[in-house]
Design a protein around this ligand. Sequence first.
Ligand SMILES: *[C@@H]1O[C@H](CO)[C@@H](O)[C@H](O)[C@H]1NC(C)=O
Ligand SMILES: *[C@@H]1O[C@H](CO)[C@@H](O)[C@H](O)[C@H]1NC(C)=O
Ligand SMILES: *[C@@H]1O[C@H](CO)[C@@H](O)[C@H](O)[C@H]1NC(C)=O
Ligand SMILES: *[C@@H]1O[C@H](CO)[C@@H](O)[C@H](O)[C@H]1NC(C)=O
Length: 319
Amino acid sequence: MELCRSLVLRFFVILLGSFGIESAIAESGPGTSAGALDVLLQDYAFRAFVRPKTGLAYVGTVPANLTGISVSAMRLRSGSLRMRGVKGYNEFDLPRGVAVSPYVERLVLVYEDLGNWSSVYYQLPGYTYLTPVLGLLAYDASNLSATNLPKLELSTTGDPITIRFTMGKSPPMGSAAKCVSINSLGSVNMSDPISNNQCGSSSTGHFAIAVESIAPSHAPSYPINPLAGGVVPQNRKRRNSSGKMWIIIVSAAGGLALFMLVVSLALWAGKLKRRKEVERMEKEAESGEQLQMTSVGDTKAPAATVTRTQPRLEGEYGP
Ligand SMILES: *[C@@H]1O[C@H](CO)[C@@H](O)[C@H](O)[C@H]1NC(C)=O
Ligand SMILES: *[C@@H]1O[C@H](CO)[C@@H](O)[C@H](O)[C@H]1NC(C)=O
Ligand SMILES: *[C@@H]1O[C@H](CO)[C@@H](O)[C@H](O)[C@H]1NC(C)=O
Ligand SMILES: *[C@@H]1O[C@H](CO)[C@@H](O)[C@H](O)[C@H]1NC(C)=O
């Protein structure tokens, strides 16, 4: 019963998790909060440019209401990006062979580090972020004062774009870290890390490392792995059977006590009845004696002894 209930609970957690992914999908679409944040951050990143040199990262300033987020912008020729790639744009490495679509001659790569705002803008119920959410977005560089620019897509032909996360917690024991990629349409893709702190992507988007919130060590009642699944029900069963033993012992003792009470009550009632019977007979005998006394007079003593012994005999050997 307990196992069944925990399985049902687990099912709902999984269900919730999948809803969470869908809510993240909805949230990062254009016009929604994460999409609106990108629009705002593109503006603030572009403001960092004053006579920008190509291939250099310029650090932007965010409004006070978004303290904790950092942005950078880098202007590039798309030919250069394709021929040489970009090494070490903060956590990102772009390999050779990256193409821009739709094609533009120059582009701006906007970098976002959402810091402590990561789970505010990219809620992923059922998962816990081990790193901040990082964004790599591409825009047309033809007008550096423009706002509300559409995003461009990057695509790799050979090696993936890699993200080497520097800040991050290590995953709890027994839980596997997953690379989370959220593309420009807001759909979430989970994949295994390339290495401990490194994820790969074939396009632009938002990236993080996360673990499932329900780790085996935190919730031992959920049979996540065969070991936990094997151990927990056994413990349960043992506790249950010892519980049953207690119930048996207690009810047996209770039953015995009740039985003894009933028996002693019956005995007491029997004794009382017998005593009353005896008393009644004694009274009858006494009245009989008195009757005899009054009627017989002189022959009082022998008559009395005879009538007196009769009820005593009845009392001792009767039912
Ligand atoms: C933060 O402030 C900026 C400018 O002051 C404003 O445009 C933006 O809507 C604000 N963002 C949030 C999330 O409050
Ligand atoms: C993030 O941290 C900054 C201070 O570093 C704070 O002002 C801001 O409110 C925090 N944001 C959230 C969502 O907690
Ligand atoms: C660049 O964009 C700004 C803001 O949208 C606009 O005012 C300006 O005219 C644009 N410049 C060019 C050269 O298109
Ligand atoms: C998810 O990411 C992996 C690794 O980058 C990729 O191979 C896979 O095609 C992606 N899946 C989807 C649905 O985007």
